[in-house]
Write a new protein. Sequence first.
Length: 210
Amino acid sequence: MNAPFFKFGAFGDETALVVAFVIGIAFGWFLERAGFGSAKKLVSQFYLDDLAVFKVMFTAIVTAMLGTFYLGWLGVLDLSLVYLTPTNLWPQIAGGLVLGFGFVIGGYCPGTSMVGAATGRIDAMVYVLGVAAGTFVVGEAFPLIKPFYESGFLGRLTLPEVLHLPYGVVVLLVVLMAIGGFVGAEWLEKRAGSGAGSGAASGAAKEASR
């Protein structure tokens, strides 16, 4: 085993910060190049006419999952040392709902808002200010909400443990789900595009008949 690199002392805290900074800059650059610094591009997935966000994020998840699984299988990565966020069911459900509503209303998630703000988009800057204000309020109110924050504790869970299936089977199922999701996304985009095209054609016909 020679990874995770930080856990095995391949580099120290200072180098880890530099590595994190470089990865963050690269991640932001790729998001912007993919158009994910624009709220119009991001909210298109909710109108089902451009599901690029869904496809890109699912691709990233599957790529990371396959890489982690096979690196562990080859003995390069010690999976027991990979950090897993503990599951606190109720606050994480609430947080997911807040993030989801914020995404729909504001057109950004926290990461893409930083990308948009870095490229000068005013709406993204306002969104970043909202994220900062919300973080400050939650931090100040944390003693009051701490019982809820710690509720529904289930420990560190993985899908193979929850489903009582081998890791390889779960990996296969997720890959099949991704393929089905991509096919469905393409179908929805084509349907939305054809609907928009027929609507435009109908509008043009009405104008011509006047």
